[in-house]
Design a protein around this ligand. Structure first.
Ligand code: BES
Ligand code: ZN
Ligand code: ZN
Length: 508
């Protein structure tokens, strides 16, 4: 993992492979951003012109490399685009800084150390730049031969060290912001690792083992229900989904408690370690990335560990509903009826609508503790991707104010999200002739139908929200900002922010 420090060093004397600066898009060409004064000065105040000559415009995502001026110990200056120059008296948006830092860290893959001299005006900016750098430096090469020895490999190792210039290393707020960035980014990157791990190596049992080890390390109580315990407890949803797999399902409960907590949050994650669709098998073209179907559980896991590392004054319980959805002679069939943990019966009309079945049991289990609120996170429906595209997650729930709180939390941390409704008229599409409810309804509004299904398994009177991260959880395109190809860790930062807001008493 990339090391992150605050430094008071001046850019010229710094021993590093590169100095990262910002360049914004002005009305008449590129504008050098605050933080780069020393570099500009060494260029005789002509840095903006030099950048323009090199073709820089200052657009977001743009990178321009130029040789460091004489007198600098570092050989390279990397100018990252920040987009429009902020309005008069305004600062750069934290998300702009986070993205720019991510782009810089990614561009510097293979380098050892970089000094970031981006514009920062407060501790929050420093935190955002640090977080962006750590998230942008991420790479997953455990399965590349050259991943075994970062030095000998022909590929390139992630940027090893980032020094943030321009901050106040002795200031409490700055220190805390950097500590937070490190904890959140490390756990988020671990969630990405879990998502990227191939499904032949990450089955429910293996995922549970990873959770157990991390829980032990961070003083989190952990309980794993295996097949036997799930059978005894009557978890028909999780068992039904896992029935076709040679790797049995698990329900993992992670309990982080703070002695100063006044509130209790429950996070529930969909953890389908591979979604083949089951007997309602997905066609080729739709199953190649389905190792990502445990992203919700990975994000919940990361958020609980991050909350523990940050010592947030709130109790957080994480529920990981883990199963592999496979077709076989023992698999659940379309037409089967499952008796769920809540006691309700579900007619399985499509075994590919499996996420809602495992979540239903975990939501009911979470409800038994009567938390102040439950948030579930799931790569639940293709329909949500059709609605919102592949960078934005949908937020549904049984409480409009809580849905708004989550939307604001997401916005604050730079996760694109949008509120979605749960229209009552879609409920009757799930009426079943045989059971209490079917696991499928109308095709139109499929993401909302799934949300309505989940709602039935939330305990009476409990505030609940559902994040459908099917779009943003897995990036099939090229990397952008601080988002790599593959697993993204979608939802982690929103959950952590919600926990922080709750700890601070900003929640009801
Ligand atoms: N895991 C999928 C949803 C998904 C699709 C996630 C694409 C990420 C990318 C989910 O289990 C599923 O297959 N849902 C079905 C539900 C339908 C059968 C009611 C879907 O969305 O098509
Ligand atoms: Zn499915
Ligand atoms: Zn699925």
């Amino acid at each position: 993992m990339t090391a992150l420090t605050l430094s008071t060093a001046a850019a010229p004397g710094l021993r590093a492979d590169a100095i990262v600066i910002g360049v914004a898009k002005g009305a008449k060409g590129p504008v050098v951003a605050p933080g780069a004064e020393a570099v500009d000065k060494a260029y005789d105040g002509r840095l903006a012109g030099v950048l323009e000559t090199l073709g820089a415009s200052g657009a977001e995502g743009e990178v321009t490399k130029l040789p460091a001026p004489s007198g600098f110990k570092a050989p390279l200056v990397l100018a990252v685009g920040l987009g429009a120059v902020p309005e008069k008296d305004a600062d750069y948006d934290t998300e702009v800084l986070r993205k720019a830092a991510g782009v810089a860290a990614r561009t510097l893959t293979g380098s050892k150390k970089a000094a970031f001299a981006l514009p920062l005006t407060d501790a929050a900016d420093a935190g955002a730049i640090g977080e962006g750098a750590l998230l942008g430096a991420y790479s997953f090469d455990a399965y590349k031969d050259n991943g075994k020895d970062p030095k000998a490999k022909n590929g390139k190792a992630p940027l090893a060290e980032v020094a943030l210039l321009g901050g106040k290393p002795r200031d409490k707020a700055y220190k805390a912001a950097v500590e937070r960035a490190v904890a959140v980014a490390e756990e988020l990157n671990r969630a990405r690792d879990l998502v990227n791990t191939p499904p032949n190596d990450l089955n429910p049992e293996a995922f549970a083992a990873v959770a157990q080890a991390a829980a032990k390390e961070h003083g989190i109580k952990v309980q794993v229900l295996d097949e036997k315990a799930l059978t005894k407890g009557g978890y028909g949803g999780i068992l039904g989904v896992g029935a076709g797999s040679a790797s049995g399902p698990r329900l993992v409960k992670l309990s982080y408690t703070s002695s100063k907590a006044k509130k209790h949050l429950a996070f529930v994650g969909k953890g389908i370690t591979y979604d083949s669709g089951g007997i309602s098998l997905k066609p080729a073209g739709h199953n190649e990335t389905m190792k990502c179907d445990m992203s919700g559980a990975a994000s919940v896991f990361a958020a609980v560990v991050a909350a523990a590392r940050l010592g947030l004054e709130v109790n957080v319980t994480g529920w990981l509903a883990l199963a592999e959805n496979m077709p076989s002679g023992s698999a659940t069939r379309p037409g089967d009826v499952l008796r769920m943990y809540s006691g309700k019966t579900v007619e399985v009309l499509n075994t590919d609508a499996e996420g809602r079945l495992v979540l239903a049991d975990a939501l009911w289990a979470a409800s038994q503790e009567k938390p102040d609120a439950i948030v579930d996170v799931a790569t639940l429906t293709g329909a949500m991707m059709l609605a919102l595209g592949n960078r934005t997650f949908g937020i549904m729930g049984n409480d409009d104010a809580f849905r708004s709180t989550l939307h604001e939390a997401a916005e604050e941390v730079g996760e694109p999200a949008w509120p979605m409704p749960l229209p009552e008229h879609l409920r009757k599409g799930m009426d079943s002739a045989t059971a209490d409810i079917a696991n499928m309804g109308e095709r139109m509004g499929g993401g909302l139908v799934a949300g309505l299904f989940l709602r039935e398994f939330v305990g009476e009177g409990i505030t609940w929200a559902h994040l459908d991260i099917a779009g943003p959880a897995f990036n099939e395109g090229g990397p952008f900002g601080y988002t790599p190809k593959g697993g993204t860790g979608s939802g982690v930062r929103t959950l952590v922010r919600l926990a922080e807001l709750t700890a601070a008493g900003d929640l009801g």
